[in-house]
Write a protein that binds this ligand. Structure first.
Ligand code: CP
Ligand code: NVA
Length: 320
């Protein structure tokens, strides 16, 4: 297969910042089509490789189903299955897989490895979660908010309660890109990385999105349109489990905290949840939980993303 002359990677949600609104509209259209069982197979014969260094339920399954729906194919490799696990370099792996595949989604421990794969590959590389970002997750989260708020982010405020981690990093950039106000409450020692915050502020200048960082969960939740949390101990952070569980006590989304938000507020969680830690059963299973729609939306958001990245370019340089 001839290498493509140009390619678009998706290593950060910021990589497609100006296109996010159009992707969300496309994802909503695709979701409706799937419910009618009339998804158009727009990627016939295309092959997506999935290289996963960490476990996954949602990301792996939604990528595999999306490729199947679109008439293409997905191949899953744990990193141990590849020669990568025996020392073949990321660059050599990328060069070889680029001769077989049309795209690669990579879940890695280190963001630098995702960048190295993308740099050496001649096909689009998608960040399927690393220590810095989880951009596919945030595309689905924005879709979930978009459909609940009738397609408008302006004037809405989301509160993040918990760790300043990969999911928050992508959320900071994604919220800024679409003009969604964000209030963040993390323990001071688990704040998001300053360089990501700076980039989010830069993106938010154009959309006028406001961003407030703090440490008080109640202050963040008060009057919010939605609350969002994630695990206190991410994959790769297990060595800090005890310290983290101590630091995050008080950062749980429970019925009291949810009661401070607007009465019609909903709760986001990217899952998997550690029930009884960052979120209670009552909230996650309750009427204000959006977590299950959010999980479903991984499929619809990624379907739109795959069409954009792996679809045939038009004269305008965009996928159909
Ligand atoms: N939210 C998410 O990425 O889930 P998985 O780890 O199951 O893919
Ligand atoms: N922050 C979590 C997200 C899991 C989908 C992790 O990296 O483990």
């Amino acid at each position: 297969m001839a290498p493509r002359p140009t390619k678009q990677d998706f290593l950060s949600i910021g990589d497609l910042a100006p296109e996010i609104p159009a992707l969300l509209v496309r994802a909503e259209r695709g979701k409706r089509a799937r419910r009618r069982r009339s998804v158009r197979p727009t990627l016939p014969g295309r092959n997506l490789g999935l290289i996963f260094e960490k476990p996954s339920t949602r990301t792996r399954t939604s990528f595999e189903v999306a490729m199947n729906d679109l008439g293409g194919h997905a191949l899953y490799f744990s990193s141990r299955d590849l020669q990568l696990g025996r020392g073949e370099t990321i660059g050599d792996t990328a060069r070889v897989l680029s001769r077989y595949l049309d795209g690669i989604a990579y879940r890695a421990f280190h963001h630098a490895d995702v960048v190295a794969l993308a740099d050496a590959a001649s096909i689009p590389v998608i960040n399927a979660l690393d220590d810095l970002e989880h951009p596919c997750q945030i595309l689905a989260d924005l879709l979930t908010m978009h459909e609940r708020w009738g397609g408008r982010f302006g004037g809405r405020r989301l509160a993040w309660i918990g760790d300043g981690n990969n999911v928050l990093h992508s959320l900071l950039l994604g919220a800024a890109a679409v003009g969604l106000d964000l209030t963040v409450a993390t323990p001071a020692e688990y704040a998001p990385r300053p360089e990501v915050v700076a980039r989010a502020r830069e993106l938010g200048r154009r959309t006028k999105a406001s961003l407030a960082l703090g440490t008080d969960p109640s202050a963040a939740a008060r009057g919010a349109d939605a609350l969002y949390t994630d695990v206190w101990v991410s994959m790769g952070d297990e060595g800090e489990q005890a310290a983290r569980e101590a630091a995050f006590r008080g950062y749980q989304i429970d019925e009291r905290l949810l009661g401070l938000a607007k009465t019609d507020a909903f709760v986001l969680h990217d899952l998997p949840a550690h029930r009884g830690q960052e979120i209670t059963d009552a909230v996650l299973d309750g009427p204000q939980s959006a977590a299950w729609d959010q999980a479903e939306n991984r499929l619809h958001a990624q379907t739109a993303l795959l069409e954009r990245l792996l679809g045939r370019p038009t004269a305008a340089g965009r996928a159909r």
